[in-house]
Structures are given as structure tokens and as C-alpha cells.
Design a protein around this ligand. Sequence first.
Ligand code: NAI
Length: 358
Amino acid sequence: MSRRGTRVATLSTTMSSNTHTAVLIRGDGIGPEVADAVVDVLKAAEAPVEWVERKAGVSALADGDAVLPESTIEAIQEHHVALKGPCGTPVGKGFTSVNVGLRKRLNLYGAVRPVRNLAGIPTRFDDVDLVIVRENTEGLYSGVENEVTPGVVTSTKVATEAACTRIARFAFRYANRKGREKITVLHKANIMKLTDGLFLRCAEAIHKDEYPNIALESLIIDAACMRIVQDPTRFDVLLCENLYGDIVSDLCAGLVGGLGVVPGANIGDDMAVFEAVHGSAPDIAGKNFANPLALLMSAVMMLNHLAETRGDKRCGDAAVRIKTAYDQALADGCKTRDIGGELGTDAFAAAVIERLNG
Ligand code: NAI
């Protein structure tokens, strides 16, 4: 365990019981760097959170554990919330994705990824404020792949009425609660008439029967991508099946400054794991270049979730303090390299901490 990892573990055993316990998975690549920065900011903001650290990914394997250890799953089941750094997945071989596995095991069926412009990060559009809601448990991520005969392989896209209805209801409920006005379903039901057709029909049914107050439109995914890059300001909530949600998340991240500034949450009925949209960024890992903001914003989402689900105003207050501080840091020009600045991961966290008290 690193110097900072030791500090995190100590923190978890010494804080008072008047706190919320959250599981911390530092992850792989840049994960430990950005997680350390976020832990530092939450501590400085006096967020009432006590961390219990668990492993997943390559770092778990390196310790002789499973890539997704049972102890990690059990800790999230016990404490109900987690903050997770990215976990790497080998391309075209090796173990299956920890991220996909975790979402499926814990039934974290709804991914929520808010994409907004931030002060101090100039981009082509000024008023981007959209939310991607991604179905997290099926589609082409079902992992059903077969070699029919050498040179012929198949991958099965799974869509069930239960999961399509569940994510549609989740998206409408979210939109309703947050005062959002329109949901756009992204699909390819002209080609995948059964799977994407079902996804679209379930959204239409929930709209008609339960949330007629929220507008619903549908767009074929390829045309939608063009429209999003032409004018993202016309979109509000994007409802996507698993693969489209994955791709569109990165596309939308590119509109507001990149993967360093887009947070996310994976939410189920009684558990939630908060993680940035980005991956383990092996190209910059260990260099103190990574932007910790996406994970910090994910931690702010976690604090707001704790405030809402447990009625603890202190969490909401800490979330506001942290958001105000990072907005101010960005407005003052404190930025990491990915968004045109020069600060390292540590220095950006320090700049946020400096601005916590006004
Ligand atoms: P990536 O998101 O790790 O990196 C893409 C590009 O964005 C790289 O140039 C990287 O340096 C940059 N980048 C990402 N996050 C950044 C940050 N916080 N600050 C500054 N720059 C940042 O995507 P890639 O390279 O496709 O995947 C790397 C690994 O991550 C793969 O093994 C993949 O499976 C895994 N992954 C894990 C995810 C998760 O844990 N939820 C999500 C996406 C990918």
C-alpha cells in the first residue's frame, strides 16, 4: 500500500461514528492518483464520510486476489455506496471487465453522466447541460460471445422488456425529479428491430402511461451523433442502451473539455457506485498529470446522493462547498494539462482545498 493508501486506511478507523461509510476503490492506472486527490479534498471540506478501502482490477490481481474480489462486492452491499477509480481491461484477451462485472453483480442498472460546461474551460458551445442515462446491464455487454467455427464469431445483443422498462422509468423519474423537460432515446431500431425496437417501445410506454409531462423524442444513433456535435444545447436527457451510452458519453465529454471533467454514477435500487467516465489512462499514469476533477465531481454526486437518500444536510453542504471551490479554482485559471493548464494532480487538488473556505 502506498503512503497515501496507508493514510486512507488510518482515516477510516479513526473517524467518529457520526459519518457515512463509503467504499473506496482506488483502481488502476491514474486511479490511485485521482482517488488520493479526491480523498484529500473531501477531508479538507469536512465531508462526513468514512472510507473503507477495497481493491478491484489489476491491483487486486497483483495482490494475489481475484480481479473483482468478493470482499469488494460484500463491502458495497454492506455500505451501499462506493467511490471507484477506473479499472483497466485488457483488449481482445484476458479477464472480463471489472467495471461491467461490478455493475451486473450489484444490479447497478442506471448510469447517470451529467455533461456541462465549466467556467474557465472554453469550448465550442457555451450552454451544454445534458445528462446521459445509460442502461448498464445488458445489450452487447451481455458477454455472450461464441466462436461458431474458426473465423466466424458472434456476439449476442440482449434486451429484456424488464430491463428496458426499468431504465426508461429510471430516466423519466430522474428527469422529473431534476426538472428536466425532454428525453431523447437513441436507437438503431431501423436495423435492430427487435432489440432496439423493444428499448424504444418501452420508453414510449413509460412516457405515455407515467410521465406525459416530459417530452419524448427518438433519434437514430448515427444521426443523433451528428446533431449532438452540431448543437448539443438542444439536448436535455439522452436515454441510451449500454453500448450507445458508452460511446456517446465520451463523445459528449469531448464537447465540454474531455474525459477529465465528466463524472458519473451507477445506480441500483439500494446501492450506488460513483465513478468518472474516463478509464485508467495508462499513457499518463504515475506522472501526476491526471485531472482529478471528474472523480471529484463524482464524489460530489455521491455526497448529494447521501444527502437525498439519508436526509443528511451536512453532505449536501459539503457538496456545495466543494463545487464552489473547484468552480472558483477553474475560473482562477487553475487547470491540469488536459484542459490547457499546467498544474499536476496534487497541485489542482491543493488549489481546490485553498478555495474551500471562500
Ligand atoms: P481512457 O479514458 O483511460 O483514456 C483516454 C484518453 O483520455 C487518454 O489519452 C487519457 O490520457 C485521457 N484521460 C482520461 N482520463 C483523464 C484524466 N482524468 N485526466 C487527464 N487525461 C485523461 O480510455 P482508454 O485509453 O480507452 O482506456 C484505458 C483503460 O481504461 C482500458 O483498459 C479500459 O478498458 C479502461 N476503462 C475503464 C473504465 C472504468 O473503469 N470505468 C472506463 C473506460 C475505460
